[in-house]
Design a protein around this ligand. Structure first.
Ligand SMILES: [Zn+2]
Length: 226
């Protein structure tokens, strides 16, 4: 059973278990090393289950997670564990406030995708077909201080039209209708970035033929309208 693919009727316990599982996947695949990154899921219309700050996301227990409202106020936290909500909570809440379809958010520091922002190379839509087939354009924000409300402001204009956003010299944030989709976007983002970085290292980057781009853009618009 895929625990990351939850319906809107999932219980709080289901959400906690799926976030713990996704955290383990992100850690094991190198997308969230050390205590980097954070994951959340919408619980009902106006509250969110989110990971704690300062902990490795590969070694969480369901009780480590907190519940906050859309203003960031803590609704529920295990009193014995004394966890604090993710330092990037404001960025997660910005996405939930703007788009009712978003039910899961992941912020990570994928090394190849982040390296593109450090090198000043925009994330390309015309090198691998899977970008427009399964992800869509990925913009890069200005630099904003990590763990600050400024990060929420930096992504604010971009949330509406994107499934994934790169944060300059910092990392990435992806959205999904469930955790499975948000994770899939993150994995695709990093996988494409790795190929692009490798091609740059090899010294040549072949772009997709111009005549193929209209068909790929059509696939993207079909995906968006689903
Ligand atoms: Zn970060």
């Amino acid at each position: 059973m895929n625990h990351l693919h939850l319906s809107s009727f999932a219980t709080e316990r289901d959400l906690r278990l799926s976030i713990v599982e996704a955290g383990r996947i992100c850690y094991a695949s190198g997308l969230m090393l050390s205590n980097n990154g954070n994951l959340s899921m919408r619980l009902g219309g106006d509250s969110v289950v989110i990971t704690p700050s300062g902990m490795c996301k590969g070694r969480l227990e369901p009780e480590d997670l907190l519940i906050v409202d859309l203003d960031g106020q803590i609704i529920k936290a295990d009193s014995k564990r004394k966890r604090k909500a993710s330092s990037e909570t404001a960025m997660h809440l910005e996405a939930y406030r703007q788009r009712a379809d978003i039910r899961a958010v992941i912020h990570a520091h994928p090394s190849n995708a982040t390296a593109l922002t450090v090198a000043g190379i925009p994330f390309p839509v015309d090198i691998l077909p899977e970008v427009l087939e399964g992800l869509g354009p990925v913009p890069t924000t200005r630099f904003a201080l990590p763990s600050s409300d400024d990060n929420a402001r930096a992504i604010s204009e971009l949330v509406k039209d994107h499934n994934a956003i790169l944060i300059r010299n910092h990392g990435a944030i992806t959205f999904g209708t469930d955790l499975d989709e948000a994770l899939s976007h993150l994995e695709r983002l990093e996988s494409v970035a790795k190929t692009v970085v490798t091609a740059h290292l090899l010294g040549n980057v072949n772009h997709l033929p111009d005549e193929m781009m209209p068909a790929l853009r059509e696939l993207y618009f079909k995906m968006r309208s689903r």
